[in-house]
Ligand binder design. Structure first.
Ligand code: DC
Length: 232
């Protein structure tokens, strides 16, 4: 999928925000498939920015230089057999953006107000008919404040660490449960305490705690809400 230029204000948006590891990615992909809607993985934009910064040898602490990279990002998202492919400057970087190191760097660049500003219009451009499922931290609060359905999906830090751990093991990567928990807590702290668009539920968001809920139950619940709110 290449990036459209102007948002379509008639296209309904479902925002799904929440902390790392709450299951947003899986839920959003399933929802978008079920509804035939587009999908915005906003975290991928921060990950792509972080990757471009490293690839170009820019100092990640240099906020002005990092924001310049974000503004000029040459990216495309393409539907592939194993989900959406992320293309940076013509190269498939789908695997690189998922590395733990890229995630940590993404949380550094995501704290810069100028980077968030640079990525705002790109994100809004994903609002196209027949509709959009937007996955992130500030989809309901900042990017799509008038979305008709906002969900804040959360789970206990222990449960999220366990899910991440199992995911890594499944991918054949080495993992350590205690290290995962430490990482999740550090990322929660970084995402929630930053001044610019911190992670928090929109006032009109419906909070779903998935700690003891299977994915299917979360999906069913959001589908019922989607039918009520946007006639989906
Ligand atoms: O969801 P994720 O793990 O791919 O996100 C990567 C980083 O980007 C994470 O530290 C949170 C940040 N992020 C953000 O600040 N705002 C968003 N809308 C999405 C992600």
């Amino acid at each position: 999928m290449s990036m459209p230029a102007k948002p379509d204000k008639y296209a309904p948006v479902i925002t799904i925000d929440g902390p790392s590891g709450a299951g947003k990615g899986t839920i959003c992909q399933n929802l978008a498939n079920k509804l035939g809607f587009g999908l915005l993985d906003s975290g991928a934009l921060y990950r792509l920015t972080a990757l471009a910064v490293v690839q170009q040898g820019i100092d990640i602490k240099d906020q002005v230089a990092v924001a310049t990279i974000a503004r000029a990002l040459d990216i495309q998202f393409e539907a592939g057999e194993q989900g959406v492919k992320a293309i940076l400057a013509g190269h498939d970087v789908s695997r690189d953006i998922r590395l733990e190191e890229t995630g940590m760097n993404a949380s550094v660049v995501a704290a810069y107000g100028a980077v968030r500003e640079a990525l705002l219009e790109r994100q809004r451009a994903f609002q196209q008919l027949p509709g959009l499922v937007a996955d992130g931290r500030d989809m309901g609060t900042t990017v799509f404040p008038s979305a008709p359905l906002k969900v804040f999906l959360t789970a206990s830090a222990e449960e999220r660490a366990k899910r991440r751990y199992l995911q890594l093991i499944e991918r054949g990567e080495s993992a350590n449960l205690r290290a995962q928990l430490k990482d999740i807590l550090a990322r929660d702290e970084a995402d929630s305490s930053r001044a610019s668009s911190p992670l928090k539920a929109a006032e009109d968001a419906i909070v779903i705690d998935s700690t003891a809920m299977p994915i299917q139950a979360v999906l069913d619940k959001i589908m019922v809400l989607a039918k009520e709110r946007i006639n989906a």
